[in-house]
Ligand binder design. Structure first.
Ligand code: BDR
Ligand code: CA
Length: 317
């Protein structure tokens, strides 16, 4: 099967992405590394273990990574995901943090990729702190990856965290900069605007959650808070119009699971603005070649939504 290593800040859509991978028949999930982001890294570890428990996959190793960005203060997305990252639904049976591996996330990424040279697809659905630290420790890491799939960045400077910044890049701009510049491997980006244009209708969500399974009951619970927030018109109207749910992280995961998922993509060098009065954290797409960079990333534009819905359905079966 396809070997995946996943780096998360386990909020609601990260949980959905993890469940996609666990349900995919051809996937071998080698581990899940955790990083600060939607909530504290401790909560992220807890949430990840909860997801694995519901899916009966607690044997998959979970690693704790960076608790802070490389520079600056930590931000979170408690408003959208709930303060605990998973909709603030208490779970008395949640596995304890003693199940988290002793090895740290950055060491684990380096070790696992080096044990499987050329075979691992790295899926990052969170601030890129762990990935940035990993490439600083082992600069040969990108050359040993099969591919890198990232949910993050933006293509139209429509921010969801700052005026121009998407959350994962804004939460650690330096890390995003390092990753986009130093991971010279096949790189696929599910950017914020693309995920907004590819949302799932509430009708689909109802059918999805109506499945008769423990996983569906779990999802229904943790999902309520973000459903409410999604319908509350946080963003610009014709864009994030509240007409459906945007499972951002699931698009990066689906692309890693099935090579046929991406139907159309643009291919440009990309970077991240680190200064700027309004633009720190904004992704920069070099459509002309000013940056003189040879490495280009695939920026998802159109995906197979039927395939996506099938994967999502299977995730809660
Ligand atoms: C990203 O930010 C997080 O809140 C989501 O989990 C996703 O990874 C969307 O901008
Ligand atoms: Ca995430």
């Amino acid at each position: 099967g396809k070997k995946l290593l996943v780096d998360v800040d386990c909020g609601v859509d990260d949980a959905q992405a993890i469940m996609l991978a666990l349900a995919a028949p051809n996937v071998n999930l080698l581990g899940i590394t955790c990083v600060h982001g939607n909530t504290s890294v401790e909560n992220v570890c807890k949430n990840t273990l909860r997801v694995l428990q519901v899916c009966g996959k607690l044997e998959i190793p979970v690693f704790k990574g960076a608790s802070l960005p490389i520079l600056g203060k930590r931000i979170d997305a408690g408003v959208f995901h709930g303060l605990d990252g998973l909709g603030d639904v208490p779970d008395p049976n949640a596995p304890g943090l003693d199940l988290v591996q002793k090895e740290d996330a950055v060491s684990a990424i380096i070790r696992i990729v080096n044990e499987n040279p050329g075979e691992v697809s790295l899926v990052a659905t969170a601030p890129l702190t762990n990935l940035a630290l990993a490439v600083r420790m082992d600069p040969s890491l990108p050359s040993k990856l099969r591919g890198l799939y990232i949910m993050g960045g933006n293509t139209e400077s429509r921010g969801n965290t700052t005026v121009c910044g998407e959350f994962n890049f804004s939460a650690d701009p330096e890390a995003a900069y390092i990753v986009l510049n130093d991971y010279q491997c096949p790189t696929y980006l599910a950017c914020w605007e693309f995920t907004c244009y590819s949302k799932l209708s509430w009708e689909f969500c109802d059918t999805w959650l109506a499945q008769d399974s423990k996983k569906a009951r779990f999802m229904e619970q943790i999902f309520q808070h973000s459903i409410k927030m999604s319908k509350s018109q946080l963003f610009e109207k014709e864009f994030v119009d509240g007409s459906g749910f945007i499972s951002c992280d699931s698009y990066a995961m689906a692309a890693a699971i099935d090579d046929g998922f991406i139907v159309k993509s643009d291919c440009y060098p990309v970077s991240v603005e680190l200064a700027g009065t309004h633009t720190r954290g904004m992704m920069v797409m070099d459509t002309v070649g000013f940056l003189k960079k040879t490495h280009k990333a695939f920026i998802m534009r159109k995906v197979d939504m039927e395939m996506f819905k099938q994967m999502m359905m299977a995730a809660l079966k």
